[in-house]
Ligand binder design. Structure first.
Ligand code: CA
Length: 221
């Protein structure tokens, strides 16, 4: 998964990053509210880990910004503030979970897995514009037409639909659908976008998957 860590303490951040990297996750780190807001606006993350006490303010400001744009991204608050009222307040504001420092890495890893699963289950049918995808039956539709997709095309469409209105780079799509070790010089993403278009756009004048020149691809709701 691609994880955003907002944490100002180097020692805590490197402990978390080391553990997450060992589990195969990619971590971007921000050390301030301003950086956290900027990174969460610029990139799509599968999960956000958020410290409260940051040099330029309260981590909840990052949470507020995230909830404005990426409604479903799970946010786990990491905090030394363990008061019950504080926890309830954060959950009310849209945090998905709350972990009190200090914590064992295994506990953090378990919370990440639990919240990632929750996110997957809560969105069984993904739909963007007139395209929908049932992630249990794996049936795709555009309008009234049912579309049969082989597994890689399915995974690509699912990833696009889970990140509507974001420009996804070829590298992001490669990492998400083909895995991190795939040859990055390959044009496999463009080839498979072509396959998807052939199926999704038949009978339509517009292409469901937009090309954003020099940047990647996007689907819009
Ligand atoms: Ca802190």
């Amino acid at each position: 998964m691609r994880i955003l860590l907002v944490e100002d303490e180097d020692r805590v951040a490197s402990f978390i990053i080391k553990g997450l990297n060992a589990e195969g996750h990619t971590v971007e780190r921000a050390a301030t509210v301003a950086d956290g807001v900027a990174l969460s606006a610029a990139f799509e993350f599968d999960i956000v880990l958020l410290d409260r006490m940051l040099p330029d303010g309260d981590g909840r400001m990052v949470l507020e910004e995230i909830r404005k744009s990426a409604e479903n991204t799970p946010v786990i608050v990491l905090s030394a503030l363990g008061e019950t009222d504080d926890k309830v307040e954060l959950l009310d504001q849209g945090a998905d979970d709350y972990l009190v420092k200090p914590f064992a890495f295994a506990e953090l890893a378990a919370r990440i897995r639990a919240n990632a699963r929750h996110e997957q289950q809560s969105s069984r049918v993904l739909s963007v514009g007139d395209v929908s995808l049932d992630t249990l039956s794996r049936i795709a539709r555009r309008g009234d037409v049912t579309i049969d997709l082989p597994s890689r095309e399915y995974a690509l469409l699912e990833y696009l639909l889970r990140h509507p209105n974001h420009v996804l780079s070829r590298q992001q799509l490669l990492d998400a659908v083909w895995g991190f070790d795939f040859d990055t010089g390959s044009n496999v993403v463009d080839v498979y976008i072509g396959y998807l278009r052939r199926k999704l756009d038949e009978g339509y004048t517009d292409s469901f998957v937009e090309t954003v020149r020099g940047a990647g691809y996007r689907v819009r709701s």
